[in-house]
Write a protein that binds this ligand. Structure first.
Ligand code: PLP
Length: 642
């Protein structure tokens, strides 16, 4: 669909217009911008313009090294900057408010478990004693080998068996600040038993269910009915049991997790107040305590709207830190309890900015430009004439009515066709008129300040389809599973007017493999403004802020595997290194994940080919070519290769 009918040639398209159109300043957090050449730039050092690197430069570097799209770019420094930002903001808030405790961040491994990520968090985070949160044995095993800083916290959530507990106790013995967080009352017995057996005093924490219910997509894990955490009465029985065993002095930490991506600061405040009250009461019960762990939930402003919409947040990181510190302080001061060490488990906010998925457009489908006939033949059936009348009567005042009528007549005409009452040519004629009406409705809709609710998504009905080289299921699973929005935009040609509107289809050919919701400051867009692609031009789009949760939720839908990954480290002078390349899965890799044996496949296919030679269907040299193609296919990338 054409965005504008007449482009005023004097009204040049500029990078500022692209910035506004794609909202890059709103969601980019200062890390992403557009250059004077109209390319998307990445800068892990906001404020130092010299450091910005063009994504197109990185793409050409990747191409030269022989890697194909799609590529997941990871910017190591963005991880560093986010860790510094969170720690410094908490520290500044504590200083300003005169808080007499400390802040300790921990990174929850499940949010992005890649070794590179966890390694970078522990290495870079050491200066802040930034620790790790683990939810399983496997994560604990990874954490124990990567975490070097004994001052950093190691928080063990999740259901813990004997092996898990023993490992954690050994960690305590080795000097790690390792906490067992009790998620269910039954866990305590085993912890007590194993700590006696190994003669190690455990650091015990308790996860509670908070009565605060938070809004947003991801928040089922908080609240009264969450499956994790103990209720208030269970909390009391755990305290009693610790007392009976003379182990109350092991109770050091209180934890809750309200859920991820909490868009509203009021919910955050209210949960902190409740937890702080419980903490103070536990101190009154005689537990030493010392640590208040507020879990995750710090949201990312994916659409840049700064609202309490589920893809956004109505607060800044500064406000988040300040509100937490202030709430904890108020409760502690009024109960005469020393200020605890505040722990948060921010995952999403720590890693979201870190990765960008790049992909190219393979093909474009346009709704044909329908030339609706100037006049109608007298012999046309009544229904088609009616449809034509609708077409001729459209104005911005009656678009809803025309839209309804068009649907009605179109359906009637299709029924008539099924019953043999009109011909194929007549039906084709009617379809042209129908699409002519829809195109006209979209044009007229632009003149309205408030469009009828029925017509909210109508642009996507006539949008182009840009077929793109990636799999939604593999690389943006939350876009499919929970309709999460990620900022998506072209990474070049941003000094040109994007003349087309498109929805994005991936290469799985699955009807769910489509993206038709895009970020917009005031609303959700149903089509993305994009540039025209001239024959054979490369056109690259980026999906931004995909560092959290997307990588390991991906499945092998249609057997598209892991994408190529390139890690980039940018230096303050704007030079950069491609520090690591990981080749994505080959076809043989993904087949072996679902229990095929690629060697056996090859042997079987060779037999079939030999059989065809014997039957005279192919020549022996055909066989050689065919086998070569098959073997190349097995070795190749699962995505569209050039
Ligand atoms: C998932 C999870 C987190 C991470 O939450 P974010 O909103 O991504 O920061 C933290 N703590 C626990 C217990 C979790 O399960």
């Amino acid at each position: 669909m054409e965005v504008t009918n007449r482009v005023n040639l004097l009204d040049r398209w500029t990078k500022e217009k692209s910035e506004e159109l794609y909202g890059i300043k709103n969601w980019g957090a200062g890390y992403f911008s557009i250059s004077d050449k109209g390319e998307v730039m990445v800068n892990p050092y906001p404020g130092n313009d010299k450091a910005a690197v063009s994504i197109m430069d990185i793409i050409s570097g990747i191409r030269e090294r022989g890697l194909d799209m799609p590529v997941l770019l990871r910017f190591e420094n963005l991880l560093d900057t986010q860790i510094s930002y969170l720690n410094n903001t908490f520290r500044e808030a504590m200083k300003r408010l005169d808080y007499r405790g400390e802040y300790r961040g921990v990174y929850p491994i499940k949010v992005n478990q890649q070794q590179q990520v966890v390694e970078e968090v522990t290495k870079f985070g050491q200066q802040y004693h930034h620790g790790l949160e683990v939810g399983s044995k496997a994560e604990l095993i990874a954490a124990l080998s990567l975490l070097k800083d004994k001052e950093a916290c190691l928080i063990c959530n999740g259901y813990k068996d004997e092996e898990f507990i023993d490992l954690g106790l050994y960690a305590v013995k080795m000097g790690f600040k390792c906490f067992f967080v009790i998620e269910m009352p039954g866990e305590l017995d085993l912890i007590l038993e194993r700590s006696k057996a190994l003669n190690v005093k455990p650091n015990i924490g308790i996860r509670i269910k908070i009565s605060t219910k938070a809004g947003g997509h991801w928040t089922d894990s908080g609240g009264d009915r969450s499956i994790f955490g103990v209720s208030i009465s269970q909390l009391i029985s755990i305290v009693d049991k610790l007392k009976e065993n003379g182990m109350l002095d092991c109770l050091l930490l209180l934890h809750y997790h309200l859920g991820s991506q909490i868009p509203n600061i009021r919910d955050i405040r209210s949960a902190v107040l409740e937890a702080a009250r419980i903490y103070a009461e536990l101190v009154r019960e005689g537990a030493p305590m010392g640590y208040l762990d507020l879990g995750g939930g710090l949201a990312v402003d994916y659409d840049g709207s700064n609202t309490n919409y589920s893809n956004s947040r109505n607060y800044t990181v500064e406000e988040y830190c300040e509100d937490i510190v202030e709430a904890v302080m108020t409760v502690m001061d009024s109960s005469n309890v020393p200020h605890p060490t505040i722990i948060t488990e921010s995952g999403r906010a720590t890693v979201a900015y870190y990765s960008v998925l790049l992909f190219n457009v393979i093909d474009v489908e346009r709704l044909e430009e329908h030339d609706v006939p100037q006049k109608l033949d007298e012999n046309m059936p009544e229904q088609i004439k009616n449809l034509y009348d609708v077409y001729e009567s459209i104005t911005h005042r009656n678009i809803q009515e025309c839209y309804n009528d068009a649907l009605y007549y179109r359906d009637e005409i299709r029924e008539m066709f099924k019953h043999g009452k009109i011909s194929l040519r007549e039906r084709s004629f009617a379809e042209k008129i129908f699409w002519g009406i829809i195109t006209q409705v979209v044009k007229e809709k632009k003149k309205l300040k408030h469009a009828p609710p029925d017509l909210e998504d109508i642009e996507s009905a006539i949008a182009d389809i840009y077929y793109c080289n990636f799999s939604v299921f593999q690389s943006l699973p939350d876009s499919w599973a929970i309709d999460q929005l990620f900022p998506i935009m072209p990474v070049h040609r941003l000094l040109e007017l994007p003349r087309r509107n498109a929805v994005i289809a991936d290469i799985t050919c699955d009807c769910d493999g489509i993206i038709n919701h895009f970020v917009d400051l005031h609303d959700v867009r149903t089509a993305l403004p994009v540039h025209e692609i001239n024959n054979g031009d490369d056109y690259y789009l980026g999906a931004f802020l995909v560092g959290a949760y997307q990588e390991t939720l991906g499945d092998l839908h249609n057997l598209f595997g892991d994408t190529n990954v390139v890690s980039v480290r940018i230096y303050p002078d704007g030079t950069y290194d491609l520090v690591k390349e990981i080749h994505g899965d080959s076809v043989a890799d993904v087949l072996s994940y679902v229990e095929y044996d690629p060697k056996e496949l090859l042997v079987n296919f060779r037999k079939t080919a030999e059989e065809s030679v014997r039957q005279g269907l192919i020549s022996p040299s055909d066989r050689r070519e065919i086998m070569r193609a098959y073997e190349n296919g097995l070795r190749g990338y699962t995505y569209y290769e050039r």
